[in-house]
Ligand binder design. Structure first.
Ligand code: GDP
Ligand code: MG
Length: 312
């Protein structure tokens, strides 16, 4: 994509000066590491706050939000540039419909991503949801099946609606860690990450409050009940993922179509032949040989052998 076509990231100026300073410092860090482009993919169920999070990070109403959980069918890429650095955030519609993964919606997302590189995946859900259900598993599985397990090396969980008072007087940190653990466990299971896999245990969790009513600290930065200034924290985590040494995910035709089924079948042919040889042909051959050797002896001979054996 030609950088001159990208709009200036003007929304950054709407942040508190302290937040702006931190963001520019993080962008400087990326540039120092020769990273000039960062592409973030945002996925999750409908209505969890994906589009709102995109707007919060960009600092303007770049994509439309919807309180009634109906989203457009097409992903939208918002691109902004700042000091020679390009930030792309891809907002996607939820992929669950009527309790199942909407394969068509997933296909549209995959086609949209073709020939793009995903540097960071933000898997969005709400902090104020009390249990992880089968729909969550389906979304995680669909993401894993589409982009490979490796996508979780480049992922972070984002929990919206983070300005809350936990129920039953539970301390905020305890509520947050219980919710995070449940989601990480689901991701580990649904994505079939190994138990001791560092991938799953190291998935960072970022709290977000998109509401205009989000509290602010003395420096006018948006702040959460646990004291986190979340916008700069999110960008910091994203920067760390970008620089974590794991490869970004390049979405090519092979990745989204999976291995050629014909090719996969062909690889099995020698194995099937070998199995047939050892477990079907060999036993049959053995049985035939045994039969022949028995047949070739006259019946009186086998009878005598039996009698001789009885004598001693
Ligand atoms: P999406 O379907 O995942 O893209 O979700 P949207 O961003 O469209 O948000 C769905 C609804 O949740 C909208 O009414 C948003 O205003 C609201 N919403 C999103 N994030 C937050 C949040 O962090 N806090 C609060 N209070 N509301 C949010
Ligand atoms: Mg949306």
């Amino acid at each position: 994509m030609a950088s001159q076509m990208i709009r200036e990231w003007a929304g950054i100026n709407t942040f508190a000066p302290a937040t702006q300073a931190k963001l520019l410092e993080l962008l400087g860090k990326l540039k120092q590491e020769n990273v000039n482009t960062l592409t973030i993919l945002v996925m999750g169920k409908s209505g969890v706050g994906k589009s709102s999070t995109v707007n919060s990070v960009i600092g303007e109403r770049a994509v439309s939000i919807n309180p009634f959980q109906t989203e457009g069918v097409r992903p939208v890429m918002v691109s902004r540039s700042r000091a020679g650095f390009a930030l792309n955030i891809i907002d996607t519609p939820g992929i669950i419909e009527g309790g199942y993964v909407n394969d068509q919606a997933l296909e549209i997302i995959k086609c949209f991503l073709l020939n793009k590189t995903i540097d960071v995946l933000l898997y969005v859900d709400r902090l104020d949801a009390y249990r992880v259900d089968n729909l969550d598993r389906l979304v995680v599985k669909a993401i894993t099946d589409s982009f490979g397990k490796e996508i979780w090396n480049k992922a972070s969980i984002v929990l919206t609606h983070a300005q809350l008072s936990p129920p039953d007087g539970l301390p905020y940190e305890e509520f947050f860690s219980k919710r995070s653990e449940a989601l990480i466990k689901t991701i580990r299971q649904a994505a079939r990450l190994k138990k001791d896999d560092s991938q799953a245990s190291s998935i960072p969790v970022i709290l977000v409050e998109n509401s205009g009513r989000c509290n602010k600290n003395d420096s006018d930065e948006k702040v959460l009940p646990n004291g986190t200034t979340w916008i700069s924290y999110l960008v910091q985590r994203v920067t760390e993922i970008m620089l974590n040494g794991c490869k970004s995910i390049y979405v090519d035709k092979k990745l989204i179509e999976g291995p050629d089924p014909n090719q996969r079948g062909k690889l099995l042919i020698p194995l099937i032949f070998a199995l047939q040889f050892f477990f079907v042909m060999k036993p049959i051959e053995g049985a035939i040989k045994k039969d022949i050797s028995r047949e070739s002896k006259p019946s009186w001979e086998t009878r005598d052998v039996g009698a001789a054996n009885r004598k001693f």
